[in-house]
Ligand binder design. Structure first.
Ligand code: IMP
Ligand code: MG
Length: 185
């Protein structure tokens, strides 16, 4: 694999800005769930760094769980409801206050589908917390309760987000120069 320095365009959100905003989100969630039960659901794999940092700033007692989905069709965006659960939750969410923790909301189909799948399990409440929000790309409206950063319509990587599954470990979010990126086949 290439070193990311070879194809990075710019750092869109620095490590300092990420960590400061994540602390604010954690404090906001803490205030909103004071005295309440709270269950965080991380959408794998992109949300994993965000969950780990966010939960360190949530000081009300809470539990976590993980789920993974994949879209039907190869690379094509499908109508809402068309995601397949590839890893289901371990815990029952009935009567729990659930917050979905996502890396990015793009077209909105993924979150919309996940919300439909989870709503039929009768949680007490269901909210969405996304680190990044590509508002311009939205095709289906989804309620976003907590949002880290609104970003432009550019492909980004780092801090959980991948380029062909690599580079999730980087502590910042960066844009790609497509002319300089050579995917390994
Ligand atoms: P949506 O269903 O179009 O909202 O897509 C959301 C999913 O697409 C995210 O969970 C990411 O996995 C992926 N995604 C969207 N934009 C990007 C990006 O710029 N970089 C990396 N992954 C992305
Ligand atoms: Mg994702």
């Amino acid at each position: 694999m290439q070193d990311y320095h070879e194809f990075i365009q710019e750092i869109l959100v620095s490590e300092i800005d990420l960590q400061q905003r994540i602390a604010e989100l954690g404090e906001q969630i803490t205030r909103d769930y004071l005295g309440e039960d709270l269950h965080l659901i991380c959408i794998l794999r992109g949300g994993v760094l965000f969950l780990a940092d966010l939960m360190r700033h949530i000081t009300v007692p809470h539990t976590i769980d993980f789920m993974a989905v994949s879209s039907y069709g190869s690379g094509t965006r499908q109508a809402s409801g068309h995601v397949r659960i590839t890893l289901d939750l371990k815990e029952i969410i009935q009567d729990r206050n659930v917050v979905l923790v996502e890396d990015i909301v793009d077209s909105g189909y993924t979150i919309d589908s996940i919300m439909k799948l989870l709503e039929i399990r009768n949680p007490k409440s269901l909210r969405v917390c996304t680190l990044l929000n590509k508002v311009e790309r939205r095709e289906v409206q989804v309620p976003i309760d907590y949002c880290g950063f609104i970003i432009p319509d550019k492909f980004v990587f780092g801090y959980g987000l991948d380029m062909d599954e690599y580079y999730r470990n980087l502590p910042f979010v960066a844009t790609v120069d497509p002319a300089r990126y050579r995917p390994d086949i």
